[in-house]
Ligand binder design. Structure first.
Ligand code: FPP
Length: 249
């Protein structure tokens, strides 16, 4: 066992880690169902798994992680589950903010936040305020987020600027467009991980993952632990990133 750990330590090259990882934390419901528990118990356990992943990524020196906690499509789930998912960020912040703060992690939120319940907005403000001077990893929670709507929102802002004569067509570059996305001040996403075996992106960060490495793992999110994270990072380091070019040129 010890040998294996040492071998893994050697394989994981701390100088070649992704700067920014996005996680689709899928499989909480199935994890609970397998144990005869309510789906909400799976989300609760998923919260614990997330804290461990966060701490490890921060320790490794990863600059940013972004997680999908509630999508614009999740409103269509049964009323009780939506209600629970709406309380989850509040509980998460209440339970984990002191630990996140202590770990020097900076909290950030993306998505259409204006329409969220007032209590959640209060907690979002609190989490951002309490961690604003932290200098470690940036931990972004996507809430009421959908990539297609994010892109449309950016398009509309630019259309308005053009219509009002503030910019020309030539001003609309990729860089300019990216500034209008919720992720504008975050590093590029190098790596996207989805748990639970589903092979979909589910409308998460569509523009931002144009050249990201994708990793799909059958483990359900509550079972995604440090060992699984290490495996994912080793897989990332085996990839040859060419960004549309040719290796070595
Ligand atoms: C998808 O699993 C997961 C979610 C919709 C919620 C994710 C939330 C957490 C992991 C807890 C941490 C919370 C915050 C606010 C950071 P699913 O319900 O779709 O699972 P299933 O596919 O097995 O049904």
């Amino acid at each position: 066992m010890i040998f294996r750990k040492k071998k893994d330590e050697l394989i994981l090259d701390r100088n070649r880690l992704p700067r920014h990882i996005a996680f689709i934390m899928d499989g909480n419901g199935r994890w609970a169902k397998k144990r005869g528990l309510p789906r909400t118990a799976g989300h609760h356990e998923g919260g614990k798994a997330l804290l461990k992943v966060l701490k490890k990524c921060n320790e490794l020196g990863i600059e940013a992680i972004t997680v999908f906690a509630f999508s614009t499509e999740n409103w269509s789930r049964p009323k009780e589950e939506v209600e629970y998912l709406m309380k989850l960020p509040n509980q998460y912040i209440k339970t984990y903010l002191p630990k996140i703060k202590e770990a020097n992690i900076k909290m950030n939120f993306i998505g259409f936040l204006d329409v969220l319940p007032e209590e959640m907005k209060e907690n979002i403000r609190l989490a951002m305020q309490e961690t604003k001077n932290n200098t470690g990893m940036i931990f972004t929670i996507a809430l009421n987020y959908g990539a297609q709507d994010e892109i449309l929102y950016a398009v509309k802002q630019i259309a308005r600027e053009y219509h009002e004569g503030n910019i020309t067509l030539e001003d609309i570059t990729k860089e300019y467009f990216e500034k209008k996305l919720f992720t504008n001040d975050l590093p590029p996403i190098d790596f996207m991980v989805r748990t639970s075996g589903e092979l979909r992106i589910s409308n998460f960060l569509l523009w931002q993952i144009a050249y990201s490495e994708l990793y799909f793992v059958p483990k359900l999110w509550p079972d995604f632990n440090e060992k699984e994270l290490r495996k994912a990072l080793i897989a990332y380091q085996k990839r040859k990133r060419r960004f549309g070019g040719i290796e070595g040129v």
